[in-house]
Write a protein that binds this ligand. Structure first.
Ligand code: NDP
Length: 254
């Protein structure tokens, strides 16, 4: 059955920032599609506790800050120890910060780059080793339309830069590992309802600009990103690598 290609039964996935928002929606759809899932984030939420309660065998929570040097090794080891393999990595954990270019001192700049770029690089570097041993795997980096446009009305130059770099990292990794049966793709969401956008959506001026620039005229639900993630991480996308799948309600069409 063609639809079976969307199943990921028996695969093991590691999802960073899986405690809420887009990451949590991805964790839920992966569990529904049959995978074992290792979730990480700094704080375990009630939603994660519910998942652990309902799926003791297939879901594991590993607390960690993706910026810490020891986190990537610890996450990948935990996946291997618990489930014996690692097939899917979703680099989802991310943060945003608003301000003019000249306001981004080193501390603010590093906070964004360390979380959104350096950490995904290090975690992918760690995850690729078991994938090479297994002769297969797939990595999904959560990028953004912010890689291609200047955000408005909020200014986010560090965030924009981190997401552009993640898209490029995705393409180069895809090129390097295509012949080793490891696919690497990115998902570029538009404006999605989550804690990250909560303040902006509550701000009438910002939310008006965001929706007026989105031809579909609305924000996305995290679940609308999760279905895209499942596609890219499943055999349904067996010939897709180095792609950036834009899911933005048309934001970048104009
Ligand atoms: P949320 O703020 O809702 O969730 C962010 C997640 O990342 C949380 O699970 C958080 O957990 C985790 N996280 C953040 N920092 C760290 C850290 N240092 N170590 C470990 N985990 C961390 O964000 P979204 O769900 O909206 O965003 C998810 C991804 O999607 C991000 O990469 C974001 O840039 C991207 N994106 C979001 C868009 C949107 O409109 N929402 C649009 C385009 C892209 P905890 O705080 O417990 O650590």
């Amino acid at each position: 059955m063609a639809l079976d290609k969307f199943r990921i039964d028996g695969k093991t996935a590691l999802v960073t920032g899986g405690s809420r928002g887009i990451g949590l929606a991805i964790v839920k759809i992966f569990v529904e599609a049959g995978a074992n899932v290792v979730i990480t984030g700094r704080t375990c939420t009630d939603a994660v506790k519910d998942l652990l309660e309902g799926h003791r065998v297939r879901v594991a929570w590993i607390a960690g800050d993706v910026r810490d040097r020891e986190t990537p090794g610890r996450l990948v080891s935990a996946a291997l120890e618990r489930f014996g393999r690692l097939d899917i990595l979703v680099n989802n954990a991310g943060v945003a910060d608003n301000g003019n270019f000249d306001e981004f001192d080193d501390q603010r700049l590093n906070f964004i780059l360390d979380t959104n770029l350096v950490a995904p690089f290090r975690i992918a570097r760690e995850a690729i080793r078991p994938m090479l041993r297994q002769a297969g795997g797939t990595i999904l980096n959560i990028g953004s339309i912010s890689a291609d446009v200047a955000n408005k009305p909020q200014l986010q130059v560090a965030y924009n830069s981190s997401k552009a770099a993640i898209h490029q990292m995705t393409k180069v990794m895809a090129f390097e590992y295509a012949a080793r049966n490891i696919r690497v793709n990115a998902l570029a969401p538009g404006y999605v309802i989550s804690d990250m956008t909560e303040g902006g959506i509550a701000n009438r001026e910002w939310s008006t600009v965001w929706t007026e620039n989105t031809p579909m005229g609305r924000f996305a639900q995290p679940e609308e990103m999760a279905t895209c993630a499942l596609f890219l991480c499943s055999d349904a996308a067996s010939y897709v690598t180095g792609a950036v799948l834009t899911a933005d309600g048309g934001y970048t069409t104009h």
